[in-house]
Design a protein around this ligand. Sequence first.
Ligand SMILES: [Zn+2]
Length: 136
Amino acid sequence: MSTLSCRCGATVRDHLIPCPTEAWLVRDLDQDAHRDAAARDVAAFFTAAHEGRRDAWIEAYFSPEYPTDVGDEGVVSDILGVHDRRFRLSVAECAQCGRLWVQQDAGVDAYRSWSPDAPGYAAALAGSVETDRSRP
Ligand SMILES: [Zn+2]
């Protein structure tokens, strides 16, 4: 998206990282397939690593240009990112009227809006930062 013109006249932006007016959603009907596919690829990565085929697996999965100095945590994060891009939809809240803009399909630059019953920005997508790493 980067920017879109809201019906109220404001400009909705998602250029900040992290962005307090953006969130992501996965449709319930896609959730299991999303998790299963990601888990399958993460397991295949670790199997390849244990069998001494780590670099070959990474090259085949990502590309020959994928950096060779990325640790396991980074590779797993990138695998999850591959699957996120296939399933996740962007949701953006207008900081002026509170209207939510939902991406119509993954990878598509088209959005549909929903207006709240009580107009005005509600920081509905602001979220919180996870600080307790001891929780599973
Ligand atoms: Zn608006």
